[in-house]
Design a protein around this ligand. Structure first.
Ligand SMILES: NC(=O)c1ccc[n+]([C@@H]2O[C@H](COP(=O)([O-])OP(=O)(O)OC[C@H]3O[C@@H](n4cnc5c(N)ncnc54)[C@H](O)[C@@H]3O)[C@@H](O)[C@H]2O)c1
Length: 432
């Protein structure tokens, strides 16, 4: 059977490298489509959990993992299993270094781990978000250290992941998949594969175009969020409610789409991905000013929230130094358990620097893990009237639906709301 035919007929084995927020939903999707799936990760704890039928991502129920383990799925740290895969999807992290430059070591390590086990006839697809040219110029040479040649011996493609964790409307199957291939056969095979997984596949003319699509999407968000964040600061000074302005503007049926201000950007994508392109742009003697400016505005938002809190305490004759401040919501967005790049971590850090005593409540984050940047290890406090009464201020950083905000406002002396989740007019509530 030809490789293309095999890919179409579910007889293929799919390897998913990197079993995180992107990789795990892809495992489920590929298994649902009837493929045998091998999940590869360097984290033995994740591998053991999956093989024991347990999930480590809140919005992916363990029942789904258990249904998988019943036959056609196995997780492993052993890259020799790459040899058994017909299609290999790479979904490893692409963060920034301390100097805000692309940190390519995860893709490099993955390529190096895979290369000795590649064989003829495989399709390799990179899904990690990255700068245009990565698949061709960075990943391809590493894979070719195997002695095999892309295009001749194996197919190569790029297809950006557009996962929005926890979004019940747009789950992986219904989100169209953009695909670019090294050459026509690679593109055709990758499209044939993804058509089994998702409702709509969008072929584009090259891997660079596919890589750029993802960056355009995220830069578009970053720039527009920065714009409303800046307008929020202005409107607050003018005594105008930005949320009401957005509600009004959103009634325009064409030429406008709403973006909402907040305490700063979070998550694995929007705060990071735009800098992959601005880094690459420098090679072409260009400064991507929109990207840099949006980054600057968005990075300033946690400071703005703390300044609003400090001002509100001043107005009440209190000081931030020594104040007990409860952060409400540590996840980077509502109803998820993901704290990566969360502005709450930055706000915590600034508050501590200014002498506040910080604790938190988040129903999704019972224990705050250490991160590369911040070493706050703490536990979520129960949201009792005594806790709320006992602190000088509550700062709403993430508006989880599970929290009763009326109750928060009833007991807390001061509430700084950066998400506009408190409804109605309250004397103890400050918008930030
Ligand atoms: N999380 C999202 O919402 C989202 C959305 C769209 C795109 N992306 C992109 O997808 C990619 C993956 O993101 P994620 O959120 O799934 O990351 P993640 O941190 O949740 O998962 C990555 C996984 O890769 C594993 N890993 C790291 N190095 C490895 C290696 N050498 N070999 C095998 N496994 C390795 C890690 O152990 C981890 O389990 C990134 O490029 C990200 O920008 C993420």
């Amino acid at each position: 059977m030809s490789n293309l035919k095999k890919t179409r007929t579910r007889d293929a084995t799919v390897g998913v490298v990197g079993l995180g927020y992107v990789g795990l939903p892809l495992v489920l999707l590929a298994a649902d489509a009837g493929f045998r799936v091998i999940g590869l990760d360097i984290d033995p704890v994740k591998v053991a959990r999956l093989n024991a039928g347990r999930s480590y991502i809140k919005h992916i129920p363990a029942a789904k993992i258990r249904a998988l383990s019943r036959g056609r799925f196995q997780a492993t740290t052993d890259f020799r299993r790459i040899r058994h895969c017909d299609v290999i999807l790479i979904c490893v992290p692409t963060p920034l270094t301390e100097h805000m430059e692309p940190d390519m070591r995860y893709i490099a390590d993955t390529g190096r781990s895979m290369a000795p086990h590649l064989r003829r006839g495989q399709l390799v697809v990179l899904e990690s978000t990255t700068y245009p040219g990565t698949t061709e110029q960075f990943l391809r040479p590493i894979l070719e250290t195997s002695g095999l040649k892309a295009g001749r011996d194996f197919h190569l493609a790029f297809s950006p992941e557009r996962e929005d964790p926890g979004n019940p409307t747009y789950h992986t199957r219904v989100i169209p998949k953009v695909v670019g291939g090294l050459d026509k056969p690679s593109l055709e095979r990758a499209c044939a594969f993804y058509r089994r997984l998702v409702d709509r596949v969008v072929p584009v003319s090259s891997m660079e175009v596919a890589e750029s699509c993802k960056l355009l999407e995220n830069i578009f968000r970053s720039v527009n969020i920065a714009l409303v964040n800046e307008l929020k600061i202005l409107f607050a000074r003018m005594g105008i409610n930005v949320w009401e302005v957005i509600r009004g503007a959103s009634t325009k049926p064409f030429g406008y789409m709403p973006f909402y201000p907040g305490p700063g950007l979070g998550g694995h994508c929007i705060p990071i991905d735009p800098f992959y392109l601005s880094w690459k742009a420098k090679e072409y003697d260009l400064n991507l000013r929109f990207v840099e400016l949006a980054g600057e505005v968005n990075i300033g938002m946690p400071y703005y929230v703390v300044d609003r809190l400090q001002q509100a305490l001043d107005d009440r004759g209190r000081t931030l130094k020594g104040a007990k401040v409860l952060l409400l919501g540590m996840a980077y967005k509502k109803n998820v358990d993901d704290i990566r790049e969360s502005p709450a971590l930055k706000i915590w850090h600034i508050l501590e620097e200014r002498g506040a005593k910080v604790s938190y409540h988040d129903p999704y984050i019972p224990v705050l893990p250490w991160t590369r940047k911040y070493a706050h290890s703490a536990r979520s406090r129960a949201l009792t009237p005594a806790l709320l009464r006992g602190c000088e201020a509550v700062v709403i950083v993430t508006g989880h639906d599970a929290v009763d905000y009326r109750r928060v406002v009833r007991y807390a002396p001061l509430v700084v709301d950066s998400r506009h989740v408190v409804r109605g007019r309250w004397r103890n509530v400050v918008q930030a």
